[in-house]
Design a protein around this ligand. Structure first.
Ligand SMILES: Nc1ncnc2c1ncn2[C@@H]1O[C@H](COP(=O)(O)OP(=O)(O)OP(=O)(O)O)[C@@H](O)[C@H]1O
Length: 321
């Protein structure tokens, strides 16, 4: 059974803002799913509907097969949430907040261990509202981990974290996923999603414009894959040009670059070259993350065009899902 499933999920605000437009999404059990999109794409609104913080205008959402509206209490018992911009404005210390999270979830976690896991045990005696942004984010993340949830919903989780904090959070997310936790990870930073997620969905102006692995998105966005091989001696250009799915080959000194209309041809290129000369390095991509993001979203609600391009990609994407 999928952990999350939405059917035609829609939310409009007022007359004109379609925050989420007929979203059909299935997140399988145990996946680390990246929910990507520029500001205003509809990510938080979707999460808020999954959590029944706001009600859909149309369509439905199920979490663990339960209706997100009718059975929200049972759903919340099994999930951990790191909301976007979680603030601590009471007079509680970090330790008291963690103890409160463990207690309200009826969990048997040791609060000290969770504080340790997210790297704020040393500061746990301080009032949390005085923490830096990154420390508050660590604390909120630790609270979401209490009771070992079956599903972690993380909305812009790296906000305020330094590079060490980001690395550490990634490794905790991977560990939890390896233990069977499904992770729904919302972000507008593609590189961050790429570092942890098995699959991503790209939202733009309320619509899901693509859903695939990052590699799959790259291939559908560019329409072709590029592979570059660094060889110990001059590589065989002609042999590679005859491979099915290879559209062009370029050799410069000991570097061979092949464009493939069929991404699976990349493997044949490596095999063919390696049968004749020693391959010392492989580079298999040339689309920058920013380019890819822009191709799918056209810069978002505030972007300057390329929406039609996004719509075309949606059509091609549907065929590949
Ligand atoms: N309560 C609300 N009332 C009116 N409009 C809203 C409300 N909440 C969200 N919106 C609008 O819905 C659209 C989607 O917003 P949402 O917060 O879901 O985007 P997001 O992808 O999470 O963006 P961000 O990355 O900036 O957090 C935006 O145009 C936003 O202004």
């Amino acid at each position: 059974m999928p952990s999350i499933q939405t059917n035609g999920l829609t939310k409009t605000f007022g007359e004109s803002v379609v925050a989420v437009d007929s979203l059909d999404l299935t997140i399988e059990d145990g996946e680390i799913f990246g929910f990507l999109g520029p500001n205003g794409a509809g990510k938080s609104t979707t999460i808020n509907m999954l959590l029944d913080f706001i009600r859909p205008t149309d369509g439905s959402a199920q979490v663990f097969g339960m209706d997100a509206q009718d059975e929200c209490a049972a759903i919340r018992e099994r999930i951990g949430v790191l909301p976007e911009g979680y603030g601590f404005d009471d007079y509680l210390t970090g330790r008291e907040y963690m103890e409160w999270a463990v207690e309200t979830k009826g969990a048997d976690d040791d609060p000290e261990q969770l504080l340790d896991l997210v790297g704020i045990r040393e500061d746990a005696g301080r009032v949390a509202s005085g923490y830096s942004k990154g420390m508050q984010q660590r604390l909120a993340f630790g609270m979401a981990l209490a009771d070992d949830p079956d599903l972690l919903i993380l909305d812009e989780p790296s906000t305020g974290l330094d590079p060490n904090g980001i690395q550490h959070m990634r490794s905790v997310i991977r560990d939890r996923a390896a233990d069977g936790t499904t992770v729904f990870f919302s972000s507008h930073i593609l590189s961050e999603v790429e570092a942890v997620c098995d699959r991503v969905g790209v939202m733009n102006e309320g619509e899901l414009v693509a859903i695939d692995s990052i590699e799959g998105l790259r291939e559908s966005a560019t329409g072709q894959a590029t592979i570059e091989l660094e060889c110990a001696s001059a590589p065989p250009a002609e042999d590679v040009a005859y491979i099915d799915g290879v559209t062009s080959v370029d050799v410069a000194d000991t570097t061979l670059t092949a464009e493939c209309s069929d991404p699976s041809a990349k493997v044949d290129v490596v095999k063919r070259v390696d049968s004749q000369v020693e391959v010392v390095d492989i580079l298999a991509d040339n689309t920058s993350l920013e380019e890819l993001f822009n191709q799918f979203t056209g810069g978002g609600r505030d972007g300057d065009g390329a929406v039609g391009e996004g719509a075309e990609l949606e059509a091609s994407q549907e065929a590949s899902v």
